[in-house]
Design a binder for this molecule. Structure first.
Ligand SMILES: *Cc1c(COP(=O)(O)O)cnc(C)c1O
Length: 230
């Protein structure tokens, strides 16, 4: 068995346990395999083990890899969005997780309209209010969601966060909780496409168990599947 197989099996088992612990269905948590810097051959291995959902951060890298990987795979864009790259992102990806300003939302909406498609997006929230990091600040999230709701070719499915890096997964927990509470508040104001089923993308290799306990519906895991990135 390859390490990728062993790692995936272990993670799926851990997801199941964490979900059970939290009184949730394991099927309510989607695993996005983060494949930035991972070569096509290794992604193909993961696909052969049944992993069909992947995340990429860099547009150019994704443009080189995605065409080699078949139609049954879904792709989430999880990188920093530049407004001049929005057209290609709309063409390649099924979900864009990192919408954090109206300019980018409007661009995505325009290109989705021109391709006659409806694009699923998440709004990235900067829960740690870190100046250098992408993401809308928590107290500006509601206004951004209101503006996105007017974009006819976007469906905002939920929120995403990339908390400050800590050594201890427990340190991420308040950020996960903040994201969940913000999502609940916004859902009560009917700001999402489906307010009964709001996606929360949070949790990575080091802290996905805590994220699931706090309500994550999407976890984004790279290193724990493919090993350390060089
Ligand atoms: C790289 C990355 C991940 C995965 O991180 P790991 O620690 O390797 O699991 C998740 N989300 C985003 C936005 C990333 O850039």
């Amino acid at each position: 068995m390859t390490p990728i197989y062993t790692n995936l099996t272990h993670i799926l088992h851990t997801i199941q346990q964490a979900a059970q612990q939290a009184g949730r269905q394991a099927g309510s948590v989607k695993l996005v395999a983060v494949s930035k810097t991972v070569p096509v051959a290794q992604i193909k291995q993961a696909i052969s083990y049944g992993q069909l959902l992947f995340g990429e951060n860099y547009l150019q890298e994704a443009q080189e890899k995605i065409p080699h990987l078949g139609k049954e795979v879904s792709w989430h864009f999880i990188g920093r969005l530049q407004s001049n790259k929005c057209r290609d992102v709309v063409e390649l990806f099924d979900v864009v997780e990192t919408v954090d300003r109206l300019k980018v939302a409007k661009r995505l909406d325009e290109y989705a309209a021109s391709l006659n498609k409806r694009l699923n997006v998440l709004v990235q929230v900067n829960t740690g209010e870190e100046e250098q990091k992408a993401g809308v600040f928590p107290d500006a999230t509601k206004a951004l969601l209101e503006a996105i709701a007017a974009c006819k070719h976007l469906s905002c499915r939920g929120l995403m966060a990339l908390p400050p890096v800590f050594d201890n997964p427990e340190a991420s927990r308040p950020h996960f909780r903040l994201l969940r509470q913000l999502a609940e508040h916004c859902a009560s104001r009917e700001l999402f496409y489906n307010n009964q089923q709001v996606e929360l993308s949070m949790g990575m290799s080091g802290d996905y168990t805590a994220a699931i306990e706090e309500g994550a519906t999407i976890i984004r895991v790279g290193t724990a599947i493919f090993g350390a990135r060089s």
